[in-house]
Ligand binder design. Structure first.
Ligand code: ADP
Ligand code: MG
Length: 278
């Protein structure tokens, strides 16, 4: 008799987890997506901004050709179909968005389909993960909350708009992964491809690559997808793996207790210290 691993236990379980990833990659352009302001990390706050970044009246956004070329480069590397795309304004109000809208290809993306091939460690075999779409959009500015307190709020919020309008590529998979390990291995392979093609630096700690995981659970053999939960704030590949595994346990626990209705479509944040989502 030997002690089974978490993966073996999961394989014997009557529940399976379903995972899809949304990865934002900052594109390595000299300038922003619609303005000549430098696209550079680490400069003094609010030095890399133009009237276009702030959406001042009369300013005219002009698309950065290089951003589209970089998106097409990785799209071709991943076997996507490259298509004519359209930019739309997505209006919403939040202090990190000085214009009051984000320009995004969300509705008509530059690339569809494609895949990422991964070899799982320890003889786990090969997997092909299908991509749904890839679209270009603008990043937001960055807010820092001073004296932040969960109950009392914060004393002051500082806005740095250097990042506002920098080009992002959002790469969305089909709900095709079945474990935290698969999600983590997919993201690591994607990071290598981003770096190899020099589309971006793919740096998780500087936020130039950001991964959100969508996790649901269903009975093995069930065709329908369960209700998904989105988890953000994943700063490492191991955190990604732990967050998926945590959600699998949490959602399975609720289903087994007859409380499946308590699984609601929501966004949860990963707490690396407590090693749980909330
Ligand atoms: P939204 O519009 O809420 O962003 P999408 O349908 O665009 O949702 O999917 C976002 C991501 O979530 C994709 O990677 C997709 O594969 C994944 N996803 C969608 N439904 C589920 C589900 N039930 N379980 C797990 N992942 C899912
Ligand atoms: Mg989506």
């Amino acid at each position: 008799h030997r002690i089974s691993t978490a993966d073996e236990e999961r394989a014997m379980s009557e529940w399976e987890t379903v995972v899809g990833l949304e990865v934002h990659v900052e594109l390595a352009t000299e300038t922003k997506l619609f303005s000549h302001a430098p696209n550079r990390f680490g400069d003094a706050p609010n030095t890399n901004i133009t009237p276009v970044c702030l959406g001042l009246p009369g300013s005219l956004p002009v698309l950065n050709r290089r951003a589209v070329e970089l998106a097409m480069t990785i799209g071709l590397a991943l076997g996507c179909e490259i298509r004519p795309s359209v930019f739309h304004r997505k209006n919403y109000f939040y202090p990190d968005l000085p214009k009051g809208y984000q320009i995004s290809q969300h509705d008509v993306p530059v690339a569809r389909g494609g895949f990422v091939d991964v070899t799982l460690p320890l003889g786990g075999g090969g997997r092909r993960f299908a991509l749904e779409r890839m679209h270009i959009e603008e990043d937001t500015g960055k807010l820092t909350h001073e004296g932040a307190d969960a109950l009392k709020g914060s004393d002051a919020s500082l806005g740095d708009y250097n990042r506002a309008g920098t080009p992002l590529l959002e790469i969305v998979t089909e709900p095709c992964m079945r474990s935290g390990q698969e999600a983590s291995e997919y993201a690591q392979e994607l990071q290598r491809i981003v770096r190899f093609t020099e589309v971006g630096d793919g740096n998780l700690s500087e936020g130039s690559m950001r991964c959100d995981v969508n996790v649901s659970v269903r009975a093995v053999g069930d065709e329908r997808l369960g209700t998904k939960v989105e988890v953000k704030n994943l700063n490492s590949f191991s955190a990604m793996q732990r967050a998926v595994d945590f959600e699998f346990e949490r959602q399975t626990g609720l289903l087994e207790a007859g409380r499946g209705g308590d699984i609601v479509q929501e966004t949860r944040l990963w707490d690396e210290n407590k090693r749980e989502t909330a």
